[in-house]
Design a protein around this ligand. Structure first.
Ligand SMILES: [Zn+2]
Length: 165
């Protein structure tokens, strides 16, 4: 599935398979009708994730090159490994293609106590802890868990490597 952006990062179009893929992910709010014409930033959680993506978009537009980065897009009970391909398009636009690489069932344990605040990487979905970043296979956060989405050090490094930084 893919979406295309205009120079101001407004969603111009999405791929024909968009609605089916959105339903698979359990995100009814993300259907085509609700996405096209809106700013991409309306759908990105956390200012750190927005500035991370913005930097990658800027790089792709400036260099005209394509960037491929892995990320996770879990659904309830499922670990989903994905990759994102960011390509420059005509007239300052971008095409962002999402590809599902693999799916595995996960128990979705709630390993964090309800009511706690936690930092999670929006790209690899690992959780911050005092002794490092870990995958807690928490596919869906507990209802009253406050998640602060950030970019973890290893995803930041991977992006820096991808842009040759
Ligand atoms: Zn990460």
């Amino acid at each position: 599935m893919w979406f295309s952006l205009d120079p101001s990062n407004k969603v111009v179009e999405v791929s024909p398979d968009w609605d089916d893929a959105a339903r698979d992910r359990g995100g009814a709010a993300m259907l085509r009708q609700g996405v096209v014409g809106r700013s991409l930033w309306d759908f990105v959680n956390g200012s750190e994730t927005r500035s991370y993506l913005n930097a990658l978009f800027f790089w792709s537009r400036q260099t005209g090159r394509t960037l491929v980065l892995p990320y996770r897009c879990d659904a309830p009970g499922l670990r989903r490994d994905c990759q994102m391909m960011i390509s420059a398009a005509d007239a300052g636009g971008l095409e962002v293609r999402h590809e599902l690489l693999g799916v595995a069932e996960v128990p979705g344990h709630h390993l964090l106590p309800p009511g706690s605040a936690a930092r999670q990487c929006s790209q690899c979905l690992n959780w911050d802890s005092p002794d490092g970043w870990y995958d807690r296979t928490l596919s869906v956060p507990a209802r009253d868990l406050f998640v602060h989405y950030v970019i973890c050090p290893s995803c930041r490094q991977a992006a820096n490597r991808a842009v040759g930084g």
